[in-house]
Structures are given as C-alpha cells and as structure tokens.
Ligand binder design. Structure first.
Ligand code: SAM
Ligand code: DTB
Ligand code: SF4
Length: 331
C-alpha cells in the first residue's frame, strides 16, 4: 500500500530547499538555531572533532580576474609582490612541515583564471609529492575543463576548491570577468572527474541576508552536496574595492555556519578566512554551530591566520581533537 509522503525533517539530506525555508532558519532565535545545528551535527559527525588543512599559495598575485575581495587581482594595488610558480621541492617541503605540525590535508592555491598546459604538468608533480607524504591533497587553480579535472584526479588529487562566493544575483557586483554559470560549469567538471568538491563563499561583502540564503540554497541544491563547505569572513584588504566593507555582526556569521550545517548535514563546514580577527569565544560558537574544519598555519594564501600555538591552545581548551576528512582520529 502506498504510504503518504512525509514532510522533510530538519537533518534530512535534501536538494529541494526553497529560499524561504532557508531564510526561516536564519530568522530562528539564535539559541534555537544553534541547538538544531548542533543536534544535526551530532547525527552526522563525530562531535568535538575538527579536520585541519594547511594552505599554500603556489603562485601569488597578478591574477587577471577582478574579484573585488581579492588582494591577488592585478587590477588593485595591494602591495603584493607578484611571484612565479613555486618549485616542486619547495612545495613538498611546506607540505611535510604542515603534516608534521598536524595538518591532514594540503591545499595549493594559484592566482589564475585557469591553469595552462605547462602549469598542469607542475601541479601534477606537486600533487604527487603531497600524496607521497600520506596527506590528502587539495587544489584551487581557477576554472577547469573536464579534461583538466580528470588529469588532476588521475594525478591523485582528492579535493578541488572552487567557491561560488555569493548568491547568483550578488555575484556580478563583485566579479565582472566571469559569471556565475562559469563557476557551476567547473564544479560540474570537478564532480564528473570523481573529485571531492570544496565549495562555499564569503560573508561580509555587503550582501543581504537574502543573498546569504540564496548562496546556501544553490550549494544545498547541487546534485550532491560539496564534501567541504568553506565559510569565509571577508578579510578586508587595503587597496581592494572592498577595503572599507562594514564588518559582519559576529552572531550573523555564526548563523551562516549554523544554517550551512543544517542544509548540508553531512558536509564538513569549514570555519575559513577571518579567524585571525575572531575571538576564541566566537570561534567556539562557530564550532558549536557545526563548523568542523579549519585552515591551520600562520598564513591563508596571502593574509594572516592564527598562529599554530594559538590554535593548539584553543582546541585543547575546548577539548576538540583533530581528525582526517575520513573521520580517522589523530592525537
Ligand atoms: N583563483 C582561484 C579562484 O578564484 O577560484 C583560486 C584562489 S581564490 C583566492 C580562492 C577563494 O579565496 C575565493 O573564491 C574566495 O572565496 C576566497 N578569498 C579570496 N580573497 C578573500 C578575502 N579577502 N577574504 C575572504 N576570502 C577570500
Ligand atoms: C577558501 O574558501 N578560502 C581560502 C581557500 N578557500 C583557498 C582562501 C582564503 C583567502 C583569503 C585571502 C588571502 O589570504 O589571500
Ligand atoms: Fe584571481 Fe582567484 Fe583572486 Fe579572483 S579570487 S582575483 S580568480 S586569485
């Protein structure tokens, strides 16, 4: 006998979120929202555990794109020295140091619109070095064709980071050199190659609450949820068009993490850029809201991140252990 359709429950893996439903989550009293987020977190993840990735900019500055938040765009004078692609052995040494410091994933970023053939050969070699250290590998190199995504996968790449950054509607106000559909095309190519997807965005660029809800709606309604969802707080860099953007209300930032946790229950939600300026208490709230991964190491790509000693101290004070993306616990 056919059973009557049941209403979806909070905590179900769904791909049919309406924007109104997501906005309703944002409108919950703060305590109710955090309670739901933490409850759902515990249904899908080991509590009191975070995964740590270390970033390295393997090619810095002089990017042809005009992303208004980014210190690496060639169009803004941010005082950044332009650097050519790093040598493979230097990247291998940085990955080894990151592993020895406790990171389980090494993420290589390049300020490209998309990689060229000769860049791909070097990236393949770098990925091989990271995998040989027993670490998970991640790269963020701009737009990829299906063939490039497959080449990276064949080289042993585990994750590809490519953020949608904001809502489709707000996107064109922060980037004019590519469009939202380009981002989705690359995400599709990454998925088709069998790579894990790391995709999120930025809070604090002047977007509305509706834009934040729309961004999460797009992510949650992808055919598969990204395995990793970085939520960045804008690092307002002097010289970029967003240098004077108004700071985000810390509780609104925590709400963003909590709603991401609820709409993508099984994904790792990464408390990403912006931690250097966050208090320990705010970071603790973000973990309570369901964040379970961080970038670890003194630098993000070009801007600062908390010192390793501060992070170790914070995690110890909160009783949080570190774990690999596969859930394997480390010391
Ligand atoms: N060029 C590639 C691309 O755009 O996909 C990869 C590197 S890019 C720096 C990776 C991501 O870093 C961006 O999509 C954005 O979400 C984040 N990001 C860049 N600058 C930032 C800033 N000032 N504050 C917060 N997040 C930032
Ligand atoms: C992501 O979402 N955040 C990271 C990573 N993916 C590549 C990058 C943050 C960059 C912050 C500005 C900078 O350091 O240049
Ligand atoms: Fe270039 Fe990426 Fe920065 Fe945009 S975010 S300017 S594509 S490095």
């Amino acid at each position: 006998m056919p059973t009557a359709p049941t209403a979806p429950m909070l905590g179900d893996i769904r791909h049919d979120w309406t924007c109104e439903q997501i906005e309703a989550l944002f409108a919950l009293p703060f305590q109710d929202l955090l309670f739901e987020a933490q409850r759902i977190h515990r249904e899908h993840h080991a509590p009191n555990t975070v995964q740590m990735s270390t970033l390295l900019s393997v090619k810095t500055g002089a990017c042809p794109e005009d992303c208004a938040y980014c210190p690496q765009s060639v169009r803004y004078d941010t005082g950044l020295d332009r650097e050519s692609l790093l040598a493979v052995q230097d990247v291998a040494a940085a990955a080894r140091a990151a592993r020895d410091a406790g990171a389980t994933r090494f993420c290589m970023g390049a300020a490209w619109r998309s990689p060229k053939k000769k860049d791909m050969d070097v990236m393949v070699a770098m990925i091989g070095e990271v995998r040989a250290l027993g670490m998970e590998s991640c790269a963020t190199l701009g737009m990829l064709t299906r063939e490039q995504a497959q080449e990276l996968r064949d080289a042993g790449l585990d994750y590809y980071n490519h953020n949608i950054d904001s809502s489709p509607e707000f996107y064109e106000r922060i980037i004019t050199t590519r469009d939202f559909a380009d981002r989705l095309d690359t995400l599709e190519a990454v998925r088709a190659a069998g790579l894990n997807v790391c995709c999120g965005g930025i809070v604090g660029m002047g977007e509305t609450l509706h834009d934040r809800a729309r961004m999460l709606q797009v992510l949650a309604n992808l055919p598969e949820h990204p395995e990793s969802v970085p939520i960045n707080q804008l690092v307002a860099v002097p010289g970029t068009p967003l240098a004077d953007a108004a700071p985000v209300d810390p509780f609104d930032f925590v709400r963003m993490i909590a709603v991401a946790r609820i709409v993508m229950p099984a994904s790792f939600v990464r408390l990403s850029a912006g931690r250097e300026s966050m208090s320990d208490e705010l970071q603790a709230l973000a973990f309570l809201a369901g964040a379970n991964s961080i970038f670890y190491g003194e630098k993000l790509l070009t801007t600062g991140n908390p010192d390793v000693s501060r992070d170790r101290d914070l995690l110890a004070r909160l009783g949080i252990a570190t774990a690999g993306g596969n859930g394997a616990l480390h010391a």
